[in-house]
Design a binder for this molecule. Structure first.
Ligand SMILES: Cc1ncc(COP(=O)(O)O)c(C=O)c1O
Length: 396
């Protein structure tokens, strides 16, 4: 992929400085690009009535959260750790608190923070009731709505997330004896990796089902949180989720007196992160070529978890090819496909498999784009005890 297509000029300048100083591997976050992107998302929803809560699980890096804050209505957190962190970084941000298996301490912290809690089970509801604090909640539903063509399905079938109709009915029974807890509506996050028309269709089915449930159980003027899951195309970094189409589709579905929320993560922050590293070794094995890069998927686990080739660009030279390797003749790869791997002792440590990388030599710099969501924060940093990357910010 051409450098220009995947690495903005400001990031390229910082990469050149880092390479010159020998400070790779590193993450570079493009905060100016993030603000621009988030501003476009906000503009899509400007006419209302949908509120956008950023799912911090995608990337809760403090400068990233601060750059995003003016462009979103709130932040969705999924653990006591995320709750405390986001409260610390953004003391005023409205919060939603979701995720399975909340402890009594986490629930108490969420109530104290004024977060909208998404209740995952009757046991969790009972735990919340036992706190005795007045609180309004959403029940997280796993309705009987199958989702085809999703990258990851978290609902519409047997999963540990949310509640099916019998568990929701058990909550309704419990609520009669739990006056401190009031149900404001329903939450559902059924799938990830859907495009705008698919998500609008899913929202229509969810809202039909949810309104019926709320009518039956006497929840007036309900709030519906439709979750995240907006698709990101790692094979085509220029193809963005169609926020305008999604916003106008949801706008057409919203009912009078209802509040609609969404909580996107990946499609908000994927594009702002860049992982910068250096080619340490280049070698053939049984007819295939491998480039061994400094660092690995313990820094950038995204391609392993998603099963894709991480988009990248090569910046020739720059890095130190190290004494000794300089004296060897350059490997005669002649542009053959090459698999980009890291330094880990596992065949799973692959960034991109059998890709066309043009000219590639020991000492070249490789910049992986789309490394801003579910990247560093989901990676197994301590495996093999390699040094950790530094974090740099441009456009801050
Ligand atoms: C409950 C919930 N909301 C929102 C998200 C964010 O999803 P995405 O990053 O795909 O937009 C997730 C991701 O797993 C989730 O579990």
């Amino acid at each position: 992929m051409s450098v220009e297509a995947v690495v903005p000029a400001g990031v390229r300048e910082r990469v050149a400085e880092l390479v010159k100083a020998g400070e790779t591997p590193a993450f570079v976050y493009d905060l100016a690009g993030l603000r621009e992107h988030a501003g476009r998302v906000r503009a899509a929803f400007a006419a209302g009535p949908v509120e956008v809560f950023y799912a911090a699980k995608a990337n809760a890096d403090a400068p990233v959260l601060r750059a995003l804050a003016p462009h979103v209505h709130g932040i969705e957190v999924s653990s006591g750790g995320e709750l405390a962190h986001v409260r610390d970084v953004l003391p005023e941000a409205p919060l939603a608190f979701g995720g399975p298996g909340k402890t009594p301490a986490e629930l108490a912290a969420a109530v104290a923070a004024g977060a909208r809690i998404h209740v995952e089970s009757p046991a969790e509801l009972a735990r919340l009731g036992a706190l005795g604090e007045p609180v309004e909640v959403l029940l997280r539903a796993n309705p009987p709505l199958a989702v085809a063509d999703a990258a990851l399905a978290m609902g519409g079938a047997a999963t540990p997330f949310g509640m099916d109709e019998t568990q929701l009915a058990a909550c309704a029974d419990l609520l009669r004896d739990t006056p401190s807890v009031r149900v404001r509506g329903l939450h559902a996050h059924l799938a990830s990796g859907l495009d705008a028309p698919q998500l609008v269709k899913l929202a229509a089915r969810l809202l039909d089902w949810g309104r019926d449930w709320c009518d039956r159980y006497g929840v007036a003027g309900p709030e519906f949180n439709l979750g995240g899951g907006m698709g990101v195309d790692y094979g085509d970094p220029g193809r963005l989720f169609d926020w305008a189409a999604y916003a106008s589709g949801l706008g057409g579905l919203a009912g009078a007196g209802e509040r609609l929320r969404i909580e996107p993560g990946r499609a908000v922050t994927a594009y702002c992160g860049f992982y910068v590293t250096t080619v340490l070794d280049l070698k053939p094995s049984h007819g295939e070529w491998f480039a061994v890069l400094q660092g690995g998927t313990h820094h950038l686990r995204t391609p392993v978890t998603k099963g894709h080739d991480q988009p990248f660009a090569v910046l020739p030279g720059g890095g130190d090819p190290h004494p000794g390797s300089r004296e060897l003749p350059p490997p005669a790869r002649h542009g053959a496909p090459v698999t980009l791997v890291g330094q880990l002792c596992t065949p799973k440590d692959v960034f991109a498999r059998a890709v066309t990388a043009g000219r590639l030599e020991i000492g070249d710099t490789v910049v992986f784009a789309m490394s801003g969501a579910y990247a560093w924060n989901i990676s197994h940093h301590d495996f093999l005890m390699h040094p950790k990357p530094a974090f740099h910010y441009v456009g801050g």
